[in-house]
Design a protein around this ligand. Structure first.
Ligand code: PMT
Length: 428
């Protein structure tokens, strides 16, 4: 099995247009950060279910993140997808027969960091649970001693069968990680619990399984998205924040074992699995929600783009159009400044959204608001800041500055948490 050998990203070199806009095909952008699948060897078992056709996408996305994927197919799976398709997608030999390659059941598992079975049929689940080894995949499962993720997919009656449920419980009690299935329309035309989870969800579970759990002691409060300040019942002042940066931080913190509360302004993103989610609209709503969560918070990460101004008066009814409208704005409460006054204040990480390369201004904000760390991002740079999947940030502390290349927000989140984890270890 080949490990990924893509070159590492060199600091200071501007990424190409392809890197900027096609992050998934730029594994080098992810170099050097923990908690993801880069450079990991994934042994992927594909079994005989209709969902097998989706596995090409799973392999492609894992490879885009820099993983090496080796596939083992069961005989039944070949009715749904060809070995050639999976060989082309994985750039690796596809294995199947127990005796095709001598000792494959030992060598493949020795080299793998994780095994993933997707789709996982009732047959492979039950064989795995009972220790039956009658083909290459089931034999590999027996000789593998690291984490295994299974993504069941089958007819709902098979899924609900008490024998299968007992086998699943048995596997979970032995540390196997189950993702899905979901409820929905099934290949047989019926509705029910049995659809394989979305590929993005399977990847999130794989990332989590491979993640170090260095934040288990932390209760992290993340704010994300914009706030809205109303002029009247239908009009408001806001900004272009999508929530992507903050949601990425919340997901990464969950993967690393933290207890996470996500306070979000209006966003189209779906709630990350495993967080306590609080939805807010205005700055005052956000301040109140932060205050409510504070007593149990050890780290506050303010990635929300909080409005600095609010209309001095909010009209009860829709303001009629009649000539120009003069708006008087007043300052909103500053959430970080409120938090830092508290006696047992948490570790505070703020963000500085600047227009231009104003790292100096971010450093001033760090001092003015008495934060422990501030993340500078130039929101006018292409591919950085608001409503894009990438960001280029500088992590700024009192005595230290870490400049990062343009990366996906997922990796920016990991890099911030890497530094947080280091500092929290130093502080004891
Ligand atoms: O959501 P995305 O589309 O992914 O975009 C991400 C982002 C650009 C919004 C994010 O990376 C970012 O920069 N967030 C902070 C935006 C901001 O409000 O910056 P600021 O420099 O104006 O504020 C400095 C800090 O004070 C911020 O942590 C902010 O949350 C906080 N603040 C601001 C105003 C206020 N009334 N109270 C606050 O606590």
């Amino acid at each position: 099995m080949l490990r990924n050998k893509s070159r590492t990203f060199q600091r200071g070199i501007r990424p190409s247009r392809k890197d900027l806009f096609n992050v998934h095909s730029s594994p080098q952008l992810a170099a050097g950060y923990s908690g993801k699948v880069r450079d990991k060897s994934i042994l992927l078992g594909v079994t005989g279910g209709v969902a097998a056709y989706k596995i090409v996408d799973l392999i492609r996305r894992l490879k885009d993140e820099g993983a090496s994927v080796t596939v083992i197919m069961t005989e039944a799976s070949k009715n749904f997808i060809t070995p050639l398709s999976l060989e082309v997608a994985s750039h690796n030999k596809v294995y199947s027969g127990l005796f095709d390659t001598p000792m494959a059941h030992i060598t493949l598992t020795a080299e793998a960091d994780i095994m993933v079975i997707a789709p996982a049929t009732a047959n492979i689940i039950s064989k795995f649970a009972r220790g039956i080894a009658d083909d290459l995949l089931s034999t590999c499962l027996l000789s593998f001693n690291k984490k295994v993720v299974i993504a069941p997919a089958m007819n709902w009656r098979m899924y609900e069968n008490p024998i299968l449920q007992e086998n699943l419980r048995h596997l979970i009690s032995r540390g196997v990680i189950q993702v899905g299935p979901e409820k929905g329309s099934l290949a047989c035309g019926e509705e029910g619990m049995g659809r394989m989870s979305e590929i993005s969800e399977i990847i999130e579970v794989i990332r989590s399984a491979l993640s170090k759990k260095d934040l288990v002691k932390e209760k992290i409060l993340v704010t994300a998205g914009p706030t809205r300040e109303y002029l009247d019942p239908v009009r408001f002042i806001s900004n272009r924040s999508s929530g992507k940066m903050g949601y990425a931080i919340a997901r990464a913190a969950i993967r690393r074992g933290a207890e996470v509360t996500l306070i979000s302004g209006p966003s189209l993103l779906s709630q990350p699995e495993g967080v306590k989610f609080v939805s807010v609209e205005t700055t005052v709503d956000m301040l109140n929600a932060v205050n409510r969560e504070l007593p149990s918070t050890t780290v506050l990460i303010m990635s929300a783009a909080v409005s600095d101004f609010t209309p001095a008066k909010r009209a009860r009814e829709k303001i009629e159009k009649s000539g120009d409208l003069l708006l008087r704005l007043s300052r909103t409460p500053d959430i970080i400044s409120e938090v830092r006054k508290k006696k047992d204040r948490p570790f505070i990480i703020g963000f500085a959204a600047e227009t231009g390369n104003k790292v100096r201004r971010a450093k001033e904000k760090l001092k003015e608001k008495n934060m422990d760390m501030i993340i500078f991002n130039d929101v006018t740079e292409a591919g950085s800041g608001f409503d894009v999947d990438t960001n280029r940030v500088v992590i700024i502390e009192r005595e230290k500055e870490i400049r990062l290349p343009l990366m996906s927000k997922d990796y920016v989140a990991e890099a911030i948490l890497d530094r947080l984890s280091e500092l929290r270890r130093i502080d004891g």
